[in-house]
Design a protein around this ligand. Structure first.
Ligand code: PRX
Length: 629
């Protein structure tokens, strides 16, 4: 299963393309199945309908945990580093993690959770987050993790969409020097979700929080009485494993659905080949489990491979900007996977915080979530990797479930700012504006995938048509990624960024329409248009042009209200970086907002606005320019 040389990569890749079924069948055979599949693959991209390992039965937690007990029961599965470096860390062996997962699974079961039920998990980065995810999978419940930075309104939208019966949450959370309420946010969200039967509350801060009689249950008071064993539910390969909400071009986030068998096979395979972990090595992915990277490469991928995965509760800059490097030295981390935004933010503190630590344990570095600029790549390579660690630049998406295009550490070469080559089984193509495949190299186009892979999106929860429309309708017969990419003369891919109305802020996706909808709820707002602009740390920042009644009056208050509306509807992570109050927006005669012009203004390229004569009122551009210059 593991590829060890460039030659073998080429050979395996060719095999995977010439006979994908045989290729994946072989890899799938290395897992524990309760029953073998009847058919490896059944697919069409028109409905779309994609089914891998049909007829196969399994439980992913048996593959993450039970399978390792005999040989690795006493090996560390999870290391948890708390927010405060003075507090005690926690470690779980595979045996202990299995027991904790079973306890939580029994607790969920005792609360009436059954196979197929949706459970919303809104927890900070504590071990119980991972335990809850696996506990759901153990009993066949579908987890829907919501990042603990999302607002009450966002939780409510997601709980309603998934019709979750149970929510798992905590009293509050630690974030650097601050503590924040969590349960209170859930309580507010659930005011509009009366169908939620149970809220399981974990004590993280030791706060007294109001508990609703008949609905809320303390995890701490009930968990120890739960048996430490439960049989793993038998799941069909195509049964739902989880829903994860992500933003798209339209206003409402969609629930990306992943299924048990294919997701397991693909995340395990890609973790092993991209990061090339050796036994006893320590692997650290800094992503929150609230995002897909946390799902696939903090929880499932490493555990499926019997690796030691590190989870960090805190932030990179507290108590100081050396916190990441201190953790690497403390545990002897060998493989480190983070986001360009974190690298750029730490780079801004200079080399001093790095020089306090040796970082000699590092062997492999990784990046994910957004294009990494060459300057950040070089800083990472020189100052963190000491010019000896390969950097895997992993391109993928919530919808792809696992890494799609990336070099493989020490096996295929890296190239600054390039995700490089497709992993075995992945068939990317670049399409031109007419939807034709561009065959040659040294080109640029819309990135699509022409053949299914095991962990691809199956549907958008409760709305299959939306899945078809978003990913399979732009270019018939292809999965459309929404990204633009270049391919160099050697066939290496370089991802340019989104070509749709999605902004990638610090590696997190937001639809412009989603932010506009939130802004439009603020008092006195008549209309708004949001675009992305280059941001030194975040990659892209959010730039909002907003028409309000009487922009000259109470401008500061209007701006504050707009910020507040976004925080309320989405969360602090989507707060606009710039808000300009304007009299009008550049529109065509048919009423369409010309975002191209707004993007140029946001980028500060005032001389390159292009033709503005087709605008209904070219004067609005002058008005906007007068405000931003
Ligand atoms: O634009 C691409 C960018 O992030 C998008 C996917 O976002 P999300 O579903 O939130 O998943 C992020 C973590 C997998 C992509 O459409 N992206 C992700 N990784 C890279 C990237 N852009 C460039 N290089 C990458 N390595």
């Amino acid at each position: 299963m593991r590829i060890k040389s460039l030659e073998s990569y080429k050979e395996v890749y060719n095999k995977s393309v010439s006979n994908p079924e045989a290729f994946w069948e072989d890899i799938a055979s290395g897992f524990t199945w309760k029953q073998k599949w009847d058919k490896v693959l059944d697919w069409n991209f028109t409905e779309p309908s994609v089914k891998w390992f049909q007829g196969g039965k399994l439980n992913i937690t048996e593959n993450c945990l039970d399978r390792h007990i005999e040989t690795k029961g006493h090996h560390t599965a999870l290391i948890w580093e708390p927010n405060d470096p003075k507090e005690k860390s926690r470690k779980y062996t595979y045996q202990e993690l299995l027991e904790e997962v079973c306890r939580m699974a029994n607790l969920l079961k005792a609360q009436g959770v059954k196979k197929g039920d949706r459970v919303c998990i809104y927890l900070p980065m504590v071990p119980e987050l991972m335990i809850s995810v696996l506990a759901c999978a153990r009993i066949g419940a579908v987890h829907s993790v919501v990042f603990a930075g999302f607002s009450a309104q966002s939780i409510a939208d997601r709980v309603q969409d998934a019709q979750a019966k149970v929510v798992i949450t905590s009293d509050g959370l630690n974030r650097g020097s601050r503590q924040q309420a969590v349960k209170r946010v859930v309580d507010e969200a659930l005011e509009t979700c009366p169908f939620v039967e149970r809220v399981l509350v974990l004590n993280v801060l030791g706060w007294e929080v109001p508990m609703q009689e008949g609905r809320d249950i303390s995890i701490n008071e009930t968990i120890q009485a739960m048996p430490s064993w439960i049989e793993a539910e038998s799941m069909d390969a195509e049964d739902m494993l989880f829903i994860l909400y992500t933003s798209g071009s339209t206003g409402k986030p969609k629930g990306v659905v992943h299924t048990c068998g294919g997701y397991m096979v693909y995340t395990a395979y890609t973790f092993l080949n991209v990061f090339q972990p050796e036994p006893h090595e320590i692997y650290w992915c800094t992503a929150d489990v609230g995002w897909v990277t946390g799902h696939s490469y903090l929880v499932y991928g490493p555990l499926l491979n019997g690796a030691t995965t590190l989870m960090f509760e805190g932030v990179p800059t507290w108590p100081d900007a050396g916190r990441f490097w201190q953790i690497i030295d403390k545990y002897g981390v060998n493989i480190f996977y983070t986001a360009p935004t974190a690298i750029r933010s730490l780079m801004s503190f200079g080399e001093d915080p790095v020089l306090n630590y040796s970082l000699h344990s590092l062997k492999v570095l990784g990046t994910v979530g957004e294009p990494i600029n060459e300057e950040a790549w070089k800083w990472y390579f020189v100052h963190i990797g000491k010019e000896k660690c390969p950097i895997v630049d992993t391109w993928w998406q919530t919808e792809t479930g696992g890494i799609m295009i990336s070099n493989m550490a020490g096996v295929t070469p890296h190239k600054p700012a390039h995700a490089t080559l497709p992993l075995p089984g992945i068939q990317p193509v670049l399409l031109n504006g007419e939807g034709k495949v561009i065959e040659e190299n040294g080109v640029e186009g819309y990135l699509c995938i022409r053949f299914p892979w095991p962990s691809m999106i199956r549907t958008t929860y409760g709305d299959h048509e939306r899945c078809r429309q978003t990913y399979f309708s732009n270019y018939a017969g292809y999965y459309f990624t929404g990204d633009g990419a270049k391919r160099d003369e050697q066939g290496n891919y370089r991802i340019i960024g989104r070509v749709d109305d999605v902004i990638n802020v610090s590696g997190h996706r937001f639809g412009t329409a989603e932010i506009e909808n939130a802004i439009n709820t603020a008092p006195e707002v008549l209309e708004s248009a949001v675009v992305g602009f280059p941001h030194d740390i975040k990659g892209q920042g959010i730039y909002a042009f907003v028409i309000v009644n009487n922009p000259e009056q109470d401008a500061d208050m209007r701006v504050a209200e707009i910020q507040e509306a976004v925080v309320k509807h989405i969360g602090k992570i989507a707060r606009p970086d710039k808000i300009i109050l304007v009299k009008g927006l550049p529109k065509t005669r048919s009423g369409k907002i010309m975002r191209r012009i707004l993007r140029k203004i946001a980028e500060g390229e005032f001389q390159q606005l292009g033709d503005t004569t087709s605008l209904l009122d070219p004067g609005v551009v002058e008005d906007i320019l007068a405000k931003v210059r």
